[in-house]
Design a protein. Sequence first.
Length: 486
Amino acid sequence: MVRFSLKWKFILAFVGLTLLFAGTFGTLAAYRLRRALTEQVRLRAKVVAEEFAREASRFIATPEGQTEVPVSSRLTRRLVAGTVLYAQIVRGGTLRFTDGRADLVPSVGPLDRPFLLVERTTPAGTPFLDLFRAIPEHTLDKQTYVRIGFPLADVYARIRRETSFIILASLLLVTAGTVAAFVLQRTILGPAERMTAAIRHLQRGDYSARVRARTNDELQLLADEFNAMASAIESRDRELAAMNEALAKANRIKDDFSAAMSHELKTPLHAIRAYAQLVLEGIDGPVTAAQRRSLESLLAAGDHLLHLIEGILRYSALETGGTAPMMQEVDAAVVVEQARQNVAHLARAKGLPIATRIDGAAVRADETMLRQILINLLHNAIKYTERGQISVTTSAQNGQVLFAIADTGPGIPAEDAGEVFEPFRRAGDAARREIDGIGLGLAVARRYVELHGGRIWFESAAGGGTTFCFTLPRGRSEGGGDGGEA
């Protein structure tokens, strides 16, 4: 199906209307001209026939008119002066007089009406009128009438000339209409087309696009409004670009500051933990039970602070794009056990067993990142679970390995579901202020999983616990696995 633009629709419609108008005008004009000229000729022929009939009436009464031999007479020469093809007088049904081109005259026949007009054609194809007119003072039954042939060649020649002028005028009208269509299209649709092109440029990000219209009408007002809007957008874009640049710079400064401070904080923190551990082990002499509890609290606080700092470092590395997985074949059972051992002391402190069920499938992953994902999810499960247990299961399916970490905690409220994996956000902040952490564990876990091309999600019900699941590519080999509990 052929599709035309608005420009060509407008031009074709305008030209089509012009053609229709010119054709209709030309046809009607030619028809009316032909009819008017023909009617004029017929009226003139009738006048000539009437005059010839009156002259014939007087002629019949003369001695010349009584002769039995039709002869040429001054009658027709005086009457028509060469304007007819032939002239005849019939008396009592018998031809009494003839003059002119007798070869054009058909045989004499009876006349059944006072006046009769028949259009005929000469052997050369020239039309003419054959007129019959009853002579006054003679009834039809006496069959006394005149007959003349009136030529139409001049009339048809004039009709052809006038028709040529009409056709020429119609063509000029169509040409003028076509020119007018293009002029109007350029005047009316031109600014609209330029505005459409400017809008396309604006959509592609070229905010310098403008519409130039000098029509001094509503189109120019529309173009001016568009230009004002484009200028506002361009100005706003420059402001946003400057703001984004400032925000990006501030974000880089924040990341650099976080990384630098985290590194700087880790050095004295390690020293504090080391000295506290030495004192706890009695390097400076025996410690009392109260001192031991204080030192253990100090070490626990140091461990917690170290965990927070390492979380910030990992997230800063992810934000700056400085972390890429080192893919290799990894035994899922081994990594799960390492992660369980890492958080075992936290689970024992709350009396929570950690059960594992590994199907033995190997995964293709970065071992350090996989371990950190499991540690973060286990930390999160232990943090929000007061009683019950934690479970870690793996299963192979569709070329992937599915990891599931389930707890028996209070579950995640539906209104917090969209913020679980966001950095520095924690589900149920308002109701659980006693929960430690800055909300980076799940954010780091999600980014690590996505770097492996996997997917992470959770399933939770209020009061029914939460299960965090993620998938990683399955390895080409399989290793052994077992279950355990801490």
